[in-house]
Design a protein around this ligand. Structure first.
Ligand SMILES: [Zn+2]
Length: 413
């Protein structure tokens, strides 16, 4: 069996892993590295794959998918909600590229072809890619996220992005037995992560303070996953929340696939009480009537959140509450670290309070170790991390073979 890392080798971004076994080729994920700009797309595989499987909708795993369809015809496999969310995010990335003047290796035409050739698959439902039997397992990362089990000469599990703890939104990852080769994400392999319950408590305390004091809180959130998670965390305060940006559409998609989340009824209850903002006029009304504004984009790279940010930047009684990781040099990172918003030619000082809560959707370092122990593979391939080589070295100490291939490298397993 051969494995070629086309992207996400010793880095986070543009995930793409090609597996070859029994005369079949399966591509797992086909993403884009969004930052630093301009975006970098996963390279084309050297030969046509028999199938492509997309683990989840985040663009660093799905954002290059249409590129394949400019050259080939091949089936794609993913869960139903992943298809809808992927389409939403790629359409948005095409819009952004047009606005910013980036060249993309595909257009709406190839996206439509990709959607047409996609088969939606349930967790646990067997499907065949080339000569290989495959199935998907809930990865607990965002709604619809999946790890991919491929049965070739050896049984390989590709984790995708994985989170093996339950959250307010998701149940947590499920793992198969009988894994020979584990291709694991390594996001937190070399980083410490604060316990999530503590962060959730702090976030709720801060929101309670805002409501009691009659202040305003702006919560930037990733449209997919994080926005719905925060809505559920703040269930009790739903009547104080306004929702804006692409997070609205993403939330609509997630709630229409209620079987993919932990408690669809609870989410619907929240959605019935919040204010859905649809215009600039609505934004002014939200600022008056709703102390908690939840909006994308999570790193302040664009979207209606900027309109709110301008309004509260000089208000010392207001606060910005980041709910996740900020890529270095993203506009959100500048707000948190330098108290300056600087993006697309616009620059202003931030004089309100800035807070950060780490609600990670990835396994912690201990979580990754637990995944390795539970699946018990003889070989581990570390991808999608800043310290993959160090992680592989530590895994080798536990008596398993471990690799951290660079982009473009092929390993024989
Ligand atoms: Zn992800």
């Amino acid at each position: 069996m051969k494995l070629t890392v086309l992207g996400a080798g010793r880095e986070v971004g543009k995930s793409a892993v090609l597996m070859e076994s029994r005369n079949s080729r399966i591509l797992m994920d086909y993403g884009v590295k969004i930052r630093p700009e301009p975006p970098e797309y996963a390279p084309l595989p050297p030969e046509k794959p028999d199938a492509v499987v997309i683990s989840h909708a985040h663009l660093d795993h799905s954002g290059a998918l249409p590129r394949l369809y400019g050259k080939w015809k091949l089936p794609a496999y993913m869960t139903d909600v992943t298809l809808n969310l992927t389409q939403l995010l790629i359409e948005d990335s095409i819009k952004i590229a047009k606005k910013e003047g980036y060249k993309m290796p595909f257009s709406e035409v190839e996206l439509a072809k990709a959607v047409k050739q996609t088969n939606t698959i349930n967790y646990g439902q067997p499907f065949k890619a080339g000569n290989l039997n495959c199935s998907l397992f809930d990865a607990g990362h965002i709604p619809g996220s999946a790890s991919v089990l491929v049965k070739g000469d050896k049984n390989l599990l590709y984790t995708g992005d994985i989170h093996n703890e339950p959250t307010s939104l998701l149940r947590g990852a499920r793992l198969p037995k009988g894994v020979d080769v584990l291709v694991t994400e390594s996001t937190y392999a070399g980083r410490n992560r604060v316990p999530r319950e503590k962060e959730e408590e702090k976030l709720i305390e801060s929101v309670e303070e805002v409501i009691a004091e009659g202040e305003t809180a702006l919560i930037p959130a990733f449209a997919v996953g994080r926005a719905q998670e925060v809505l559920l965390l703040l269930e009790k305060y739903a009547k104080y929340i306004a929702l804006d940006g692409m997070a609205k559409k993403a939330t609509g998609i997630v709630s229409s696939h209620g079987h993919r989340i932990k408690d669809a009824k609870k989410l619907q209850g929240v959605l019935d009480k919040i204010m859905w903002v649809r215009s600039e006029k609505g934004r002014a009304a939200a600022m008056k009537n709703r102390p908690i504004i939840l909006s994308s984009a999570g790193m302040l790279s664009g979207g209606p959140i900027i309109s709110y940010l301008r309004r509260i930047a000089d208000d010392k009684e207001a606060r910005i509450m980041f709910t996740g990781y900020l890529v270095e040099d993203s506009p959100g990172w500048g707000v948190l670290n330098n108290k300056v918003y600087n993006n697309e030619g616009e620059k202003f000082d931030i004089n309100c309070r800035v807070e950060q809560y780490e609600l990670s959707a990835h396994a912690s370092r201990e979580g990754l170790m637990r995944i390795i122990e539970e699946t018990n593979p003889s070989q581990v391939v570390c991808v999608h991390g800043d310290s993959c080589e160090q992680f592989a070295k530590e895994i080798r100490k536990t008596g398993r073979e471990a690799f951290a291939p660079a982009n473009g490298e092929t390993i024989e397993l």
